[in-house]
Design a protein around this ligand. Sequence first.
Ligand code: 1HE
Length: 267
Amino acid sequence: MPRIADLKLDNILLEVDDLGIATVTLNRPAKRNALNEATIDELIEIFRTLPRDGVRACVLRGAGDHFSAGLDLVEHHAADRSPADFMHVCLHWHEAFNKMEYGGVPIIAALKGAVVGGGLELASAAHIRVIDHSAYFGLPEGQRGLFTGGGATIRVADLIGKSRMIDMMLTGRLYKGEEAVTVGLANYMAEDSLAKAYEIARRCAENLPLTNFAICSAISHMQNMSPLDASYAESVVAGVVNTQPAARERLAAFRDGSGPRIKPTQG
Ligand code: 1HE
């Protein structure tokens, strides 16, 4: 079993609190948290390990004023990669981001400053995104003579639709603030995106782990299936989740009147 305590990390900080909430901090602020190969390797190890070592929710953030400036362009230039080399770089990114999206642990991204290129690809692998007033989203690949390689054609297009994504890439259009929420890049906007992300993470951590696993894994898998197969898979997942012993306590609490009633708060 992989263990958090055994992870060797140089580019990312990882802490877990008493509630089982992990904080994953991209820690290259001097490079605006640009994603070099070593950082991607560490993301793979982290998100391979978190779901299997008792973590109930995860907050993903960047040290400094920016979440992430995307692909490490300096490393990419210096490496002078062949097409095959860069294909393997991208496959590595996909391994990391797929482990996040399909890993079953809720990941809440606390965003500020630049969330651009590969930084947006990373953020879009989180399950919930929270922005503050400084955060902005962009896909500057088009202007740099590049193309997305870390899943934007799947996840960003899924969030905002292909037409908006094409516009972002062709024109360099940036989204921020309420507009970013409206188009679907962010779920929440807050004065303090980190504080809000923790509030959401604590809320998620109150759910049963198996239920969160289904929410943060099965829904994504089912989007990849035909409706017929998805309805079958949904039945199987619900069969397992909805009969878990721990859910019976919550059902009994509802029956006895002590379980929460689902109503909007006043005001
Ligand atoms: C970097 C990177 C980087 C900063 N790779 N080193 N992404 C981009 O096109 C965005 C590139 N970055 C920027 O536009 C700006 O750096 C920011 C707007 C994010 C921040 O600006 P600023 O003025 O605060 O910082 P800076 O002076 O530009 O950069 C500070 C340092 O960070 C500097 O290093 P230094 O050693 O000269 O101090 C920069 O070189 C370094 N830095 N961004 C490497 N991205 C799988 S395909 C994905 C394809 C993509 O992601 S393309 C999008 C790339």
